[in-house]
Design a protein around this ligand. Structure first.
Ligand SMILES: [Mn+2]
Length: 197
C-alpha cells in the first residue's frame, strides 16, 4: 500500500501557468483559483465530493477566452491524478456513480486502465454558464482521460438546467474516481488478469 498518494505538478506555457497539489486520500478541502468563477465552483465540488484535497492555481490567458485555461487545468489535474495514484496496487480500479441534482441525473463510470478513452454523451442548451463555455466541459474531461490514462464515460440521463448538468458531471466523476482509487483488501497486487494497468 502506498502511504502518501499525493502529487505536485507545475506546468507553464505561453498560454497558462498552473500550480497544483492533489491528494487522493484528502479531506474534501480545496483552494482553487482559475480566474473563472464557475470553473472554481466545479473544481471545489469535485474535491469535496471525491474526498480529495486540491490546491490549484492558474494564471491563464483569459483575455483570449477560457479555452486554454480549462483544457490545461484538465491536463494538469489528469497528470496529478496519474502520479498520485501511483502503481495502482490494491485498488478497486473501477468506479461508477449516479448523481442527481434536482431535474438532472448524470451517470459516470471510470476505469484506471492505463488507456485513455472518453465517451461523453451530453447536450447543452446555452453557450455559457457564467464565464465558462459549455463546449469546454468535454475538452476538460478529454484532457483528464488522456493525461491520467484512464477511461471515462459520462452520460446525462436527464437534465434541463446547464449549471445543474455540468455540476452533476463533476460530482459524478468525483464519486466514481473516489471509488476506483479505494483500497480493497481482496485485491492482491494489480486487479488485472493481464498483470498490468
Ligand atoms: Mn452550483
Amino acid at each position: 500500500m502506498q502511504n502518501d498518494r499525493c502529487a505536485k505538478i507545475n506546468r507553464k506555457t505561453s498560454e497558462t501557468d498552473i500550480r497544483a497539489i492533489f491528494e487522493v486520500d484528502g479531506d474534501g478541502k480545496s483552494k482553487i483559483n482559475t480566474g473563472i468563477g464557475f470553473f472554481n465552483h466545479m473544481l471545489e465540488g469535485f474535491s469535496k465530493h471525491g474526498f480529495f484535497s486540491l490546491n490549484l492555481q492558474c494564471d491563464g490567458d483569459l483575455e483570449v477566452d477560457c479555452h486554454h485555461t480549462i483544457e490545461d487545468c484538465g491536463i494538469v489535474l489528469g497528470e496529478a491524478i496519474k502520479e498520485a495514484i501511483g502503481d495502482k496496487r490494491g485498488i478497486k480500479r473501477f468506479g461508477s456513480s449516479f448523481v442527481p441534482m434536482d431535474e438532472t441525473l448524470v451517470f459516470c463510470a471510470v476505469d484506471l486502465s492505463g488507456r485513455p478513452y472518453l465517451v461523453f454523451d451530453a447536450n447543452f442548451t446555452t453557450e455559457k454558464v457564467g464565464d465558462f463555455d459549455t463546449e469546454m466541459v468535454k475538452e476538460f474531461f478529454y484532457a483528464i482521460s488522456y493525461s491520467a490514462m484512464m477511461n471515462i464515460h459520462i452520460r446525462v440521463i436527464s437534465g434541463e438546467n446547464n449549471h445543474h448538468i455540468i455540476e452533476a458531471m463533476f460530482k459524478a466523476f468525483a464519486r466514481a474516481l473516489d471509488e476506483a482509487t479505494k483500497y480493497d483488501d481482496r485485491v492482491q497486487g494489480l486487479l488485472s488478469t493481464k498483470g498490468s494497468l
